[in-house]
Design a protein around this ligand. Structure first.
Ligand code: CP
Length: 305
């Protein structure tokens, strides 16, 4: 694995290797191989979980961390992202995590950069968020053992969701039974491209589900106000306790990549009780999965227990 740009370009073995390393880091059975390497966090779009967990992952690995501030950088003087990254490499950066509003920009800049800095996609537009899919998969394995033939229902704004796309790409590799539920105005435009089952009705979508993953309604990416409004979305698609108890599997796990619109996609009651705690555990697992990603990109190797 040279870089982590999207799930499609890494193998099943790469994914299993990252999961094994993450588990070993979490259990304290693996030491860092990348002490004193330097990681730059280049976040050109807002983030809490991805940025902070990559920063803590880097710290736990003994790396030097540079928080690249795009609002005070020479990007604003007209320097290209390619030139900025090549300069960062010569200054001493070994790996960088990039988050950007533009879909596909990381693939484009990776093709232009001539020096061997490692790239991690921290979420680009509506394209991909591979480290989120990996930490989601890690959390599912921890909770339900396997995803094979398990019903996993993703509910919400899939049309703008890099998380949904990366999760579908990953879960397909492991033969999960993937269901998508969204109002027609938030559905994938090219839905035939994804080998999943579609629903408009949330009750039908979560019937017997082992995992229900709610997605944030991404108002900032909507070109115009969505019809119907958020109260109508809440009425039809909000995941609450009654819905889960009545329709999902008894031991269903509730997930959300965060940040959540409380009482729109998921009820406040669920977020604050034991069922909602899985969402916080996703964020916690993100630290170990991101340690595994950084260690693997910079050192390589296959985990052997
Ligand atoms: N899930 C996720 O990417 O959250 P942040 O936007 O807070 O990083």
């Amino acid at each position: 694995m040279e870089h982590l740009i999207d799930i499609q370009s890494i193998s099943k073995q790469d994914i299993e290797n990252i999961i094994n390393f993450a588990k070993a880091f979490k259990e304290g059975k693996k030491e860092s191989d990348v002490k004193s390497k330097t990681l730059a966090l280049m976040f050109c779009e807002n983030s809490t979980r991805t940025k902070c967990s990559f920063e803590i992952a880097g710290q736990k690995l003994g790396m030097n961390i540079i928080n690249f501030d795009d609002t005070h950088s020479s990007l604003l003087k007209g320097e290209s992202l390619k030139d900025t990254i090549e300069n960062l490499y010569f200054i001493g950066v070994n790996a960088l995590v990039i988050r950007h509003t533009l879909s596909g920009i990381i693939n484009n800049v990776l093709r232009l950069v001539k020096y061997p800095v490692k790239f991690v996609n921290g979420g680009d537009g509506t394209h991909a968020h591979p480290s989120q899919a990996l930490l989601d998969y890690y959390t599912m394995l921890e909770k339900i053992g396997t995803v094979e033939n398990k019903k996993i229902t993703i509910v919400g704004d899939v049309s703008h969701s890099r998380v949904a796309k990366s999760n579908i790409a990953l879960l397909s590799k492991f033969n999960a039974d993937i269901h998508i539920c969204a109002p027609s105005y938030l559905q994938f435009e090219n839905f035939e491209a994804f080998n999943v089952k579609y629903h408009n009705d949330v009750k039908e979508a979560i019937e017997g589900a082992n995992v229900v993953m709610a997605l944030r309604v991404q108002n900032e990416r909507h070109e115009k106000e969505c019809y119907p409004d958020s109260s109508e979305y809440k009425r039809l698609y909000e995941i609450d306790m009654e819905l889960l108890k009545k329709y999902a599997a008894n031991d269903v796990i509730l997930m959300h990549p965060g940040p959540a619109n409380r009482n729109i996609e998921v009820s406040g009651e669920l977020l604050d009780n034991q069922v909602g705690k899985t969402i916080l555990e996703q964020a916690q697992n993100g630290v170990y999965v991101r340690m595994a990603i950084l260690n693997t990109l910079l050192k390589g190797g296959v985990y052997a227990a």
